[in-house]
Design a protein around this ligand. Structure first.
Ligand code: NAD
Ligand code: UDP
Length: 320
């Protein structure tokens, strides 16, 4: 039987690189395309000598030579994802969520490949419905500082559904909730890498606002398992994949301090504009359709990530 081939855009990123591993594990040959805006070659270093894996350094907003590739799946994961990264690269974020999504969908259409788009809980904005079900349309400020990301992702979802409806592309949309684990960039500004960096250096942990805002953290192996199950399903409408255990950010800071054994204290800083006050996925749909639910709770996930973050801190300290 012919080996199936998948294209992963954003394949040198945190999630994209884990997804490449997962697809290789399922027997795919994998092409990863990435312009290294927020990703790194270090994330795919372990695949360098794997003949089933290929890396192409490329901005996926521009028409590709993918036409020559015989693809069975296109998984569009390219996009800055951390609030600090998308604030810095606002235009690039809007471009990859618009032109990039069109290009990725056109590629899938040309090849007759299946398609998956990495969407986000940010589609729900600062949600007025809690926990968030896929049927909730969200509460997004269309002109605020987070809009470059939120609206790009909402637009991406719209284009994906349009290619499904008008061109019969076999599409899927995964709404990913806060995911963490090894290979996150230590300086990407997201809460777990920030807290790890601070705790491991004995610095005070910066909790924004009063720390009462909530998030639900999914360990990367659970997230990739859910993504692969959805990829194998026939569901075209969005599916939430995230961990439904909800923590305040203050609790999260305390858990990082405990898991690192640090003596760090907590300090409070200003809350960024439009920072969502609460977030927790309703995962009934994923449970019912995919038989999926996460297995790794925050304390265990932090322990599993610790060795990676220790190394990342040491490497960054050596470089500076
Ligand atoms: P990441 O920043 O580690 O990975 C994104 C990758 O996309 C990077 O390698 C970056 O270089 C690449 N990229 C960006 N623009 C590109 C372009 N124009 N052309 C080619 N490559 C480009 O972030 P991540 O956490 O791995 O996120 C991956 C995807 O998952 C994103 O689409 C993100 O929106 C989505 N997501 C992630 C989370 C999470 O908690 N990690 C939550 C919701 C959604
Ligand atoms: N946060 C914080 N301190 C930090 C980084 C983030 O208190 O050093 C807060 C942030 O304000 C938000 C939550 O942690 O309420 C999650 O932030 P992150 O950037 O990881 O992702 P978001 O869910 O906001 O996209």
């Amino acid at each position: 039987m012919k080996t199936r081939r998948a294209l992963v855009t954003g394949g040198a990123g945190f999630l994209g690189s884990h997804l490449c591993d997962g697809l290789l594990g399922e027997g795919y040959r994998v092409v990863a395309a990435d312009n290294l805006l927020t990703g790194s070659l270090g994330n795919i270093e372990h695949l360098r000598n794997d003949s089933r894996f290929e890396f192409v350094q490329k901005d996926v907003c521009y028409p590709g030579e993918w036409g020559t590739l015989d693809l069975d799946y296109v998984l569009h994961f390219a996009s800055p994802a951390s609030p600090v990264d998308y604030a810095e690269h606002g235009i690039e974020t809007l471009r990859v969520g618009s032109y990039g999504t069109f290009e990725a969908l056109e590629t899938a259409r040309r090849c007759g490949a299946k398609f998956m788009m990495a969407s986000t809980s940010e589609c729900y904005g600062d949600p007025a419905v809690h926990p968030q079900t896929e049927t909730y349309w969200g509460n997004v400020n269309p002109i605020g500082p987070r809009s470059v990301y939120d609206e790009a992702k909402r637009f991406s979802e719209a284009v994906t559904m349009a290619y499904h409806r008008y061109h019969q592309v076999d599409t899927r949309i995964v709404r990913i909730f806060n995911t963490y684990g090894p290979r996150m960039q230590i300086n990407d500004g997201r809460v777990i890498p920030n807290f790890m960096w601070q705790a491991l250096r004995g610095e005070n942990l910066t909790v924004y606002g009063d720390g009462s805002q909530t998030r639900s953290f999914c360990y990367v192996s659970d997230e990739v398992d859910g993504i692969l199950r959805l990829a194998g399903s026939a569901e075209h409408e969005p599916v939430n994949i995230g961990n439904p255990t909800e923590f305040t950010i203050l609790d999260c800071a305390r858990k990082v301090i405990a898991s690192t054994g640090s003596r760090s204290q907590i300090k409070f800083e200003g809350l960024p504009q439009d920072d969502p006050k609460q977030r927790r996925p309703d995962i009934s749909k994923a449970k019912r359709l995919l038989g999926w639910e996460p297995k790794v709770e925050l304390e265990s996930g932090l322990k599993l990530s610790l060795e990676y973050f220790r190394r990342a801190v040491a490497e960054k300290e050596k470089r500076t």
